[in-house]
Design a protein around this ligand. Structure first.
Ligand SMILES: C[S@@+](CC[C@H](N)C(=O)[O-])C[C@H]1O[C@@H](n2cnc3c(N)ncnc32)[C@H](O)[C@@H]1O
Length: 192
């Protein structure tokens, strides 16, 4: 059994951790791509806590994709939010069927990151967006986090901001990384 299968109840208690200001910020990064009635795919969206708030903020449909049924069980049953069981590496959606992909605190959990980004480039419409919230592994304390993740059986495969930009560009997603807070940064890119 994987980490998120057994940790889902604990994770659900901590999942809604966005202040109104940080939610505004995330919505602002997505708004150029996802208009009202648009469609956002939250990859590795877990319990749907962020998806629910973004659905209201953007007035868009947000699909929470996650391979862990125990996490998806918490996705709220409300208009604009839906749960989809599946992997980032094999997204069960049609080509060019979403306006943007969001990945919050999940990219380093993907076992085949190249396969996942190929899938983002397939499901996002041309001109659509990819927003990734991640942690820069370079500060010393991040080594502890990486080690703990690996002990829990997770890949702990973190990218530096430059590494993330280069990796995305290889798959036709041009963008840039900006620091957010502490080791957190966000990548925002547009699909060519
Ligand atoms: C730390 S949680 C983040 C949940 C949510 N995005 C958030 O920010 O609260 C990481 C999530 O990634 C999911 N995950 C792990 N491997 C994945 C994969 N290959 N494809 C998609 N999601 C994956 C886990 O099931 C888990 O729900």
């Amino acid at each position: 059994m994987g980490f998120f299968n057994w940790a889902a109840p604990a994770f659900n208690r901590l999942a809604d951790r966005w202040s109104p200001e940080s939610l505004d910020q995330i919505a602002g990064w997505l708004r150029p791509y996802v208009g009202p009635d648009g469609r956002l795919l939250d990859v590795g969206g877990g319990t749907g806590a962020l998806a629910r708030r973004l659905a209201r903020e953007l007035r868009a449909d947000v699909v929470v994709l996650d391979p862990t049924p125990e996490m998806l069980a918490y996705v709220p049953d409300e208009p604009g939010v839906s749960a989809l069981l599946g992997l980032a590496e094999e997204i069960p959606l049609e080509d060019s069927s979403v306006d943007a992909v969001l990945v919050s605190d999940a990219f380093h959990h993907f076992r085949d990151q190249r396969g996942a980004v190929r899938e983002f480039a397939r499901v996002v419409r041309p001109g659509g967006g990819v927003v990734v919230l991640e942690l820069d592994p370079r500060p010393w304390y991040m080594r502890v986090i990486v080690a703990v993740e690996k002990l829990l059986g997770e890949p702990g495969a973190f990218f530096t901001p430059d590494g993330m930009c280069a990796f995305m560009a290889e798959h036709g997603i041009e963008g840039r990384c900006e620091p957010v807070k502490g080791p957190a940064y966000r990548f925002t890119g547009t699909l060519r």
